[in-house]
Design a protein around this ligand. Structure first.
Ligand code: ATP
Ligand code: MG
Ligand code: MG
Ligand code: MG
Length: 463
């Protein structure tokens, strides 16, 4: 018997085909002499309707077990559906119940649950329409990302999770200590003795793979990393996680303009791919989550992003007739309310802000001739704010050394990074995209906790 995925059956299944499906029961309707169940296997938003006649072996006993949440295998033949809403349905010939689900205690009841509640049952929420759609779109985004870079000859490089440097200089680090806590050597005041710890020096979970991606770009020209990063963000916002995924391309022989062009083409590609491969899921988000999702996607694909400098952005913000919570003035970083104002209200599309003050940006960004600004860019999205942060990197050894010192860091700690400027240095550039922010942007989901299967935020990491 051919086992088929439900998405494929709904798309192309023909009457008289015999097949087998496996999945979880979404609903059951008992009528006189026959019953319907809707079965979902995660492959699509829509479920497959299965019809069971009372002449099915063990009919009564099986129907009793087929409650919402039960796992089931059905063998049968496709028939045209009499009812509205579906083209085809499966007439059951054999039904096997793998695991029952007690309707009294099954946490996913038929009613619509809030996302707050669903976060408390994170192990089951993927069985809902919303989370099914989110995680399919997340998968499509990841596929599109690899496709985009692979088609352009970028090498996917794997940068380390455990690192010894704080690339962003923001101090939001998670410590790494060796495994058996009770055996860790301690100093007199009970602090971990790093000199004797596993690596013989303090190590952290990576906040960004950028510095290591630069290493690889200095041999392979165009590379990208795509993996988890960690930040001890002590804030509870709807766009920060302690563990999130980042996509970080790095290009040798590239300046900031090339970087911005690549980032824009990249976002356009991902949106286009997801619209083409997940039309039902995207339609669902548009109907149920945010009715601007489809228009936003079209807008991104078809229109050029707005580009302006930080200095221009500040003057627009100073003229804005909205009352911001945080101050706006040249030299201060943009807050999410400012970023959203620019993208959402003023330009109504993604905005690329470039040339930020050097003082508010990381040491590795290319200092401009004015010596006040760096060749950095952020891409700001409506409803979210910053989704991409990028820059041309400082390729001049002497300038880089000065910048490292100015930010209170030790050039010796970054000797290998400086070596790249000592031997065969080139102008290069790259960016970091927060993968979850992209999925949020794509789906219209309001909270970043709802676009990653296992969100890690302060005071919460249940499993
Ligand atoms: P923000 O200003 O929002 O805190 P950032 O400027 O600190 O972001 P970068 O260091 O520029 O972030 O990181 C690159 C990208 O990674 C950001 O543009 C964003 O999309 C994403 N990102 C950063 N921090 C987080 C986080 N805690 N959770 C999820 N995504 C994040
Ligand atoms: Mg931050
Ligand atoms: Mg920022
Ligand atoms: Mg940033």
């Amino acid at each position: 018997m051919v086992k088929r995925r439900i998405a494929e059956i709904l798309r192309s299944g023909q009457p008289d085909e015999s097949l087998l499906i496996q999945g979880w029961v979404r609903t059951k309707r008992e009528l006189k002499g026959f019953s319907f169940i809707e079965v979902n296997d995660g492959s699509s938003l829509a479920s497959l309707q299965v019809v069971m006649n009372q002449d099915l072996p063990d009919y009564e006993a099986i129907i009793k077990k087929l409650n919402t949440g039960a796992s089931v295998e059905v063998t049968g033949v496709l028939v045209p559906s009499q009812g509205k809403g579906q083209r085809i349905e499966l007439k059951a010939e054999m039904v096997k119940v793998y695991g029952e689900a007690d309707p009294e205690t099954y946490p996913l009841q038929k009613k619509r649950h809030s996302y707050e509640f669903l976060r408390t049952i994170g192990h089951l929420r993927s069985r809902t329409n919303s989370f099914g759609a989110v995680f399919r779109v997340r998968n499509a985004c990841a596929t599109a990302i690899h496709q985009f870079f692979q088609e352009r000859g970028f090498l996917w490089v794997h940068t380390p999770i455990i690192t010894a440097s704080d690339c962003e200089g923001a101090g939001e680090l998670f410590n790494v200590t060796s495994f058996n806590l009770k055996d860790i050597p301690r100093t007199e005041n009970n602090a971990v003795d790093y000199a004797q710890d596993f690596f013989g020096r303090p190590t952290y979970l990576t906040v960004s793979g950028q510095l290591e991606a630069e290493v690889m770009a200095m041999a392979f020209s165009n590379v990208y990393t795509f993996g988890p990063t960690f930040r001890a963000e002590n804030s509870n916002t709807s766009r920060h996680l302690a563990e999130f995924w980042m996509v970080e391309p790095e290009m040798a022989f590239c300046d900031l303009d090339g970087d911005m062009d690549l980032a824009e083409a990249f976002l356009k590609h991902v949106f286009k791919y997801v619209l083409e491969t997940c039309p039902e899921d995207m339609e669902f988000f548009n109907q149920r989550i945010d009715d601007t999702v489809l228009a936003t996607a079209e807008n991104i694909i078809n229109n050029q992003f707005q580009r302006l400098t930080y200095t221009e952005a500040i003057s627009l913000l100073e003229k804005a007739d909205v009352k911001f919570e945080y101050p706006v003035s040249w030299g201060l970083d943009l807050q999410s309310e400012h970023e959203r104002y620019l993208a959402e209200q003023l330009f109504k599309k993604p905005v690329i802000v470039s040339d930020y003050p050097a003082k508010i940006k990381a040491f590795y960004m290319r200092l401009s001739d004015d010596e006040k600004t760096v060749r950095a860019m952020d891409i700001l999205a409506p409803k979210i704010g910053e989704i991409i942060g990028g820059s041309q990197r400082e390729e001049r050894l002497d300038v880089l050394e000065k910048r490292i010192l100015a930010q209170g860091m030790q050039p010796e700690d970054l000797w290998w990074y400086l070596d790249l400027r000592r031997y065969g240095t080139v102008p290069h550039a790259g960016f970091g995209l927060g993968f979850e922010r992209l999925v949020q942007f794509m789906t219209g989901m309001g909270n970043i906790r709802d676009v990653i299967p296992f969100p890690r935020t302060p005071q919460s990491a249940e499993f």
